[in-house]
Design a protein around this ligand. Structure first.
Ligand SMILES: Nc1ncnc2c1ncn2[C@@H]1O[C@H](COP(=O)(O)OP(=O)(O)O)[C@@H](O)[C@H]1O
Ligand SMILES: Nc1ccn([C@H]2C[C@H](O)[C@@H](COP(=O)(O)OP(=O)(O)O)O2)c(=O)n1
Ligand SMILES: [Mg+2]
Length: 235
């Protein structure tokens, strides 16, 4: 409810809140959240959003590190890939197109992805967002700025050698249609051609934090931790 929470009154039916809350993808306890919201315990959040884009090639460890960032710093985790896979599973109008695009290792039209991200942001009680796997193209980036109207505060780039990314993806074992050698090769080409320019853009803007994404998950997180710790100190 980052934008809409102020308009939610305690008279909102609990079933509406339950439906809304069930779609939340945050670490917060939903039942507590609903109960407190209904009692008006939580003050309306009109805080400026704090946005982190999480970038890196396929298998670079974005999702894995996002879980740790959520646990330690209390962000809401919005994975663009997860939102798109949810669309496929829900058999929505765009589902078949999204499935084919993902199988081909290509990028879904920005309008579709930004709309899904926007919906999640509006439903969230949090104002700190980790947007994982987005923007993957300049078109993604410009579309987000135009539709959402904000720029990221922080951009993380998990920099990982290609052979390590391939090894991790082939061992991922989540039953994903794109976790095969043919698709990953295409994804790596797309990453070089379309995603690296976005990373360079944020480097030039002074917003990029590059993480050497090799080593254990904990070792990598020790590079991530101070970035967010510094922002917490600033307030
Ligand atoms: N530091 C690491 N060392 C070895 N394997 C890792 C590491 N980080 C993540 N993995 C594994 O690699 C795979 C890809 O990680 P994931 O977080 O899904 O990457 P991404 O979201 O960037 O594609 C997963 O199976 C994950 O468990
Ligand atoms: N911004 C995005 C993010 C993901 N996608 C599509 C295309 C990507 O290859 C797939 C999977 O993305 P996801 O971020 O889940 O993939 P990895 O975690 O990097 O392996 O989803 C997209 O089209 N646009
Ligand atoms: Mg991922």
């Amino acid at each position: 409810m980052w934008r809409r929470v102020a308009s939610l009154s305690s008279s909102v039916s609990s079933s509406f809140l339950a439906q809304t809350a069930s779609r939340l993808n945050t670490w917060e306890s939903l039942t507590t959240g609903i109960a407190q919201q209904a009692k008006g315990v939580i003050a309306p959040k009109e805080k400026t959003p704090f946005i982190t884009f999480v970038l890196g090639g396929p298998g670079s460890g974005k999702g894995t590190q996002c879980i740790k960032i959520v646990e330690t710093f209390g962000f809401a985790h919005l994975s663009a890939g997860d939102l798109l896979r949810r669309e496929i599973a829900s058999k929505s109008a765009d589902g078949a197109m999204i499935l084919n695009t993902i199988k081909e290792g290509k990028i879904v039209p920005s309008q579709v992805t930004v709309k899904l991200i926007q919906k999640e942001m509006e439903l969230s009680y949090n104002h700190k967002f980790l947007i994982d796997g987005f923007p993957r193209t300049e078109e993604n980036r410009v579309s987000f700025e135009r539709i959402i109207g904000v720029e990221p505060n922080v951009v993380l780039f998990f920099d990982c050698p290609e052979e390590e990314m391939v090894k991790r993806v082939l061992n991922r074992n989540e039953g994903r249609v794109d976790d095969n050698l043919e698709t990953i090769k295409k994804r790596l080409t797309v990453f070089q051609a379309l995603s690296l320019p976005v990373i360079n853009y944020y480097s030039e803007k002074g917003k990029l934090y590059t993480i050497k994404a090799i080593g254990t998950e904990d070792e990598i997180f020790e590079q991530v931790r101070p970035i967010f710790a510094a922002f917490e100190t600033v307030g």
